[in-house]
Design a protein around this ligand. Sequence first.
Ligand SMILES: [Zn+2]
Ligand SMILES: [Zn+2]
Length: 360
Amino acid sequence: MAQVIDHRGGVWSIAVPIPDNPLGHTLVHLLETDRGPVLIDTGWDDPDSWDTLVAGVAACGFAVTDLHGVLITHHHPDHHGLSAAVREASGAWIAMHAADTAVVRRTREAEPGSWLGFLTAKLTAAGAPEDHLAPLREARAKRHGAVRSGRPPALPDREISPGALLGLPGRRLRAIWTPGHTPGHVCLHLEEEHPGRGAQAAGGGPVAASGPGPRFGRLFSGDHLLPGITPHVGLYEDPDDATVTDPLGDYLDSLERIGRLAPAEVLPAHQHAFTDAGGRVRELLAHHEERLAGLRTLLRDPLTPWQLAVAMEWNRPWAQIPYGSRNIAVSEAEAHLRHLVKLGHAEPVPGSGPTTYRAV
Ligand SMILES: [Zn+2]
Ligand SMILES: [Zn+2]
């Protein structure tokens, strides 16, 4: 049965399962507008997840065919997976930030196996050992894992412009660009009085007249701000773009942006709703500051990104981290290195190959 929470004021969340994933589910939000309901994220593309979403929309009092729009916080499959199915069933438009739409376009156009080639080259440059690289080369040779399972991710119809109101009839929802977890991640700020504060609002003028004040409105935070998880921040993997980006720097800036926004309540895409956005932002900023300081200590001896990942602290010993998660860990180590280099706290060692880095 669909797990649905009525957050009041025409906002619901539907817990859509993610198969075989410790995260459990994606919280898809349904927002009622004068033109019909709109979804914020859609969930993983899987038959059970689809059934749960359909049942959830019904539990909110609507039919999937009533949906007239889909707003996607970022391109990851646990958020954007079912968008194509929703559009097919309802004719709803799909909106996403341009930087994540570019990722979707790239994924759709990529020649099968090219991603494996890119990953192998990247891990080789990061200093991955032969026993880690060999299976990738084999898979590439056999083109195993290169076949896309299921339908390709939907190409969005609309762009979410940072800072702009989304033009939903009867609602004030503003897009806040929060790059870091992905290059085009957005949070969506519902600039309306929190329904739990009705008593205070009674007798007051329209919300727009007072404007955003302290602890204002509700924030759909996607994966940017979660109550008990530090979102993954790796490099923005674009095989065709040589721009030296700093995703961790972007993420920390985005955190501060949300901290300044001070929403009354956060409705994240995993776990549960929570109120102290500022406190959670400070916690995450402190966590990253501590981690960066720890890495500078590790980098007293020059290390490759792979060696740094092995030396870093994870939620379990390196030997117990599964193969695929090691790739994610290395990408996280690289994001930290990139940020330290940008701050002038680390530098590549000239002439090293694979490149090692040391603290400055
Ligand atoms: Zn994500
Ligand atoms: Zn997610």
